[in-house]
Design a binder for this molecule. Structure first.
Ligand code: FPP
Length: 239
């Protein structure tokens, strides 16, 4: 800890965990928890500008989440479509630029079209950069990036001797985003679960016990305040 607080995090990434448990504790189906989770997404997005957060990246669906029951997967996909439909205009009008990361190939074509449209209609915004990870996995992202990079090498457009970490980063889904300063995971689990593996090399991590549907803007503000008291060294020794 250092005496003078650093600035708040500019880029916050969140693993929104605990929807299922939250619902089950109330004797409700898991999808009920996901719907409550979606309402929290709205609240946290709205809180960002006042808290100085310029980039928010949220883990909505992982490459591993396909292993859930068909009912839960299709319920989540419907929820994503409805979310885009109901929030698009407000996101645009509030100056939020929305991007999606992850592999779109396995996603429903209608959903992909809606994602593309939302990206296009918010492309001129700069108040908050909201990135939604959908069918996203960190290893899958690095593999896809490597594939694209290898194609450039094979085509003679890239010298393999000149490939370094910065080169590879240019091929990642997140190429236009800064690395996250802080990664938050809710629900008490202390795992990364394949989220932003490359990008979080120097991120701070905060694991909070609250289940995602209970994670309010006040909780969020408290976690960010805690970040301000941390000392970040990036491998160096501060004098
Ligand atoms: C993890 O909780 C949550 C998910 C896999 C889905 C995240 C989705 C939302 C918060 C819904 C809305 C998102 C958007 C972008 C509109 P879990 O089901 O793994 O919870 P559990 O660990 O208690 O089972």
């Amino acid at each position: 800890m250092k005496d003078v607080p650093n600035d708040g995090p500019r880029h916050v990434a969140i693993i929104m965990d605990g929807n299922g448990r939250w619902a089950q504790r109330q004797g409700k189906p898991r999808l009920y928890g996901h719907h409550a989770g979606a309402r929290r997404v709205r609240e946290i997005v709205e809180a960002c500008p006042d808290l100085g957060v310029k980039y928010l990246t949220i883990f909505a669906f992982s490459t591993e989440n396909w292993k859930r029951t068909q009912a839960e997967v299709s319920g989540l996909m419907t929820l994503f479509r409805r979310y885009i439909q109901s929030e698009a205009r407000e996101l645009r009008d509030k100056g939020v630029r929305v991007r999606f990361i992850g592999d779109r190939i396995r996603l429903d074509r209608k959903l992909v079209r809606m994602m593309d449209e939302l990206e296009t209609m918010t492309a001129g915004n700069d108040e908050l950069h909201l990135t939604v990870a959908l069918n996203y996995g960190g290893r899958d992202e690095v593999a896809r990036a490597t594939q694209r990079l290898a194609r450039e090498v094979a085509a003679g457009r890239l010298d393999p001797e000149k490939v370094d970490a910065e080169t590879l980063a240019r091929f990642l889904d997140t190429c236009v985003l800064p690395d996250p300063d802080l990664v938050i995971r809710t629900s008490g689990e202390a795992r990364i679960s394949n989220f932003l593996l490359w990008q979080s090399a120097y991120s701070e991590y905060e694991f909070v016990d609250t289940l995602w549907p209970d994670f309010s803007a006040e909780h969020f503000a408290r976690v960010l305040a805690g970040f301000g008291r941390r000392e970040r060294r990036y491998g160096a020794v501060l004098t």
